[in-house]
Design a binder for this molecule. Structure first.
Ligand SMILES: [Zn+2]
Length: 188
């Protein structure tokens, strides 16, 4: 009996170590893919701070342009939880960022996705602020701060990663409906 328990413990430790290595590998792969993503949007949306203030709400400006964080369980999070099938676009520039296909309930208080719908529009950066090493998620097109990416939390999702996104940075468009014009979007 003791031997069986011991081997179970050894197997469990082995699995934990293997999972850790796999997660680290997965993280590296994601970073590599994103760095090399072909056809990343060429047209970047650049505006002065004054111009951004004109097209964004004060809360959107604080989060997108000043890397702020909206409070947990905000009104936008409550709306997010009720939203069904659809696509999420950047509130700053209208780039497609996430899909309801990858949305899941992490109970963390912020919209969560296990993947980005269009990796070309999402850039990952190392964030060393607040004494932590985190992966910041920004919009490739307008460089707006969206949130952070966390790995290895063992949620029951196809990919062991969580895009923890501020709801205020997203514009939800239900499936079958036309993408609304973003005020900040550059006209051709
Ligand atoms: Zn954007």
């Amino acid at each position: 009996m003791k031997v069986t328990m011991l081997s179970t413990i050894i197997i469990a430790i082995g699995l934990l170590v293997a999972t850790g290595i796999a997660q680290e590998q997965g993280k590296k792969e994601v970073m590599k893919t994103l760095e090399k993503a072909p056809g990343a949007p060429k047209e970047e949306v650049t505006k002065t701070e004054e111009e951004w203030k004109k097209v964004l709400t004060p809360e959107q400006y604080r989060v997108l342009r000043q890397a702020g964080t909206e409070p947990a369980n905000s009104a936008t999070y409550k709306q997010f939880k009720e939203q069904k099938e659809g696509t999420y676009y950047c509130a700053g520039c209208g780039a497609e960022l996430f899909s309801s296909d990858h949305k899941f309930d992490s109970h963390c208080g912020w919209p969560s996705f296990y993947d980005a719908s269009n990796n070309k529009n999402v850039t990952l950066k190392q964030d060393l602020s607040h004494g932590m090493i985190r992966t910041e998620v920004v919009c490739t097109k307008c460089k707006g701060h969206l949130g952070h990416l966390f790995y290895g939390e063992a949620f029951d999702t196809p990919k062991d990663q969580r895009y923890c996104i501020n709801g205020v940075t997203l514009i939800y468009v239900p499936k079958g409906e036309k993408k609304p014009e973003v005020k900040a979007e550059e006209k051709p």
